[in-house]
Ligand binder design. Structure first.
Ligand SMILES: Cc1noc(C)c1-c1cc(NS(=O)(=O)c2ccccc2)cc(C(=O)O)c1
Length: 130
């Protein structure tokens, strides 16, 4: 069991690094914090499960993620929310949709490049056990 805790600690350290790297990229600035209701008054009527990079950093510390897939599910949520709330043809909506897809692709590429598949397999085995 101690070995599992060591593996999960290593996962949290890795995910904090990925999350910080994404949050540092100014292209993803609008995904770093919860959407401000002043900016988008109907946002929380339309989006059921809001998500942002700062909240994800907190979820890492709360041991919410037991494998990289769980982390990427929340990245997918950030992306889906942006596509759902900003569906129009105008430039502003198109830009945020492009940025949301770029955030998702960058996160997947970062994790694929930096994470051993057998490490992720071990995390998914722990996740299946819990
Ligand atoms: C995200 C999001 N989803 O729907 C919308 C709409 C956005 C979104 C929200 C904001 N303004 S905000 O006050 O809610 C905010 C500022 C800084 C970090 C996070 C949120 C700005 C932008 C923008 O494109 O600049 C986009």
């Amino acid at each position: 069991y101690a070995r599992e805790e060591h593996t999960l600690r290593e996962l949290r350290i890795f995910l904090r690094e990925v999350c910080a790297k994404l949050a540092r990229n100014r292209l993803f600035f609008m995904f770093t914090k919860p959407v401000d209701v002043e900016e988008a008054p109907d946002y929380y009527d339309i989006i059921e499960k809001p998500m942002d990079l700062e909240s994800m950093m907190t979820r890492i510390d709360q041991h919410h993620y037991v494998c990289a897939k769980d982390f990427l599910d929340d990245i997918d949520l950030i992306c889906r929310n942006a596509l759902e709330y900003n569906p129009d043809r105008d430039q502003a909506d198109k830009l945020i949709r492009h940025r949301a897809c770029f955030l998702r692709d960058t996160a997947y590429a970062l994790i694929k490049a930096e994470m051993d598949t057998d490490f992720e397999d071990r995390c998914q085995a722990i996740s299946a056990d819990r």
